[in-house]
Design a protein around this ligand. Structure first.
Ligand code: BG6
Ligand code: MG
Length: 213
């Protein structure tokens, strides 16, 4: 089938930082008197920081906020989030994920990250997984977030591979849509399985080894 590379979403696939995003946004929302819950937090998956803020502000009932104020709120959230990320250790990545990434590489599969997060490298450093990736495409090299395919197309480009030879691994529907829009194969894990659009369904991370036989 000629598949040569795997491009991985980070949050919800390699590590689970949802709870930290939630806590950090919740703190900001509480201070602003904005209703925020886990269901709204689920809508933020794969969405850029500023677009996430706009979703949270749908419930804001005060005077319109200036762009500068919005930047300030996003920075405040990010500062809280980064403090929470500092509690992460290598134990936050399962042995299954480490072993699978190592085995993929042993089989000659190229590996890139494809994350909307500007904190992606910081997270991979914290969990000591940076070396498992041949390329990093993240929130620092894109202008459009998922479902736009930009982050995955850059990942393929960084690896020197054609989109059609890559598999995107995602836990969010917006990410599966992005992979499809980029002309890539897609593998769904976790919540993304329910959208039914992916080429492959992973019950567990190691199932990837059945795709790259
Ligand atoms: C994605 C998360 O990986 O990164 C989103 O799923 C998040 O929830 C986005 O908003 C941007 O993250 P950051 O770290 O740049 O604020
Ligand atoms: Mg995700």
């Amino acid at each position: 089938m000629g598949l040569k590379a795997a491009i991985f979403d980070l949050d919800g696939v390699i590590v689970f930082t949802d709870k930290f995003h939630y806590q950090a946004w919740k703190q900001m929302a509480d201070e602003m008197g904005i209703y925020f819950d886990e269901e709204i937090n689920n809508r933020l998956r794969g969405v850029s920081r500023m677009d996430s803020l706009e979703i949270i502000l749908e419930r804001y009932e005060g005077e319109p906020l200036s762009d500068a104020r919005k930047e300030e709120l996003a920075t405040q959230k990010n500062d809280t989030y980064r403090e929470l990320l500092k509690t992460m250790t290598p134990d936050d990545v399962t042995q299954e994920v480490r072993d699978t990434l190592a085995e993929l590489r042993r089989r000659g599969v190229k590996i890139s990250l494809g994350s909307s997060s500007k904190n992606a490298k910081f997270i991979l450093e914290r969990v000591e997984l940076l070396d498992a990736f041949d390329a990093i495409s993240d929130g620092t090299n894109i202008t459009k977030s998922k479902p736009d395919p930009e982050v995955f197309l850059k990942g393929a480009e960084f690896l020197g591979e054609k989109p059609e030879d890559c598999v995107v691994v995602e836990d969010a529907e917006a990410g599966i849509d992005a992979g499809i829009a980029g002309g890539m194969k897609t593998a769904a894990i976790g919540d993304a399985v329910n959208c039914g659009k992916a080429d492959y369904t992973l019950t567990t991370f190691a199932d990837l080894l059945d795709i790259f036989v």
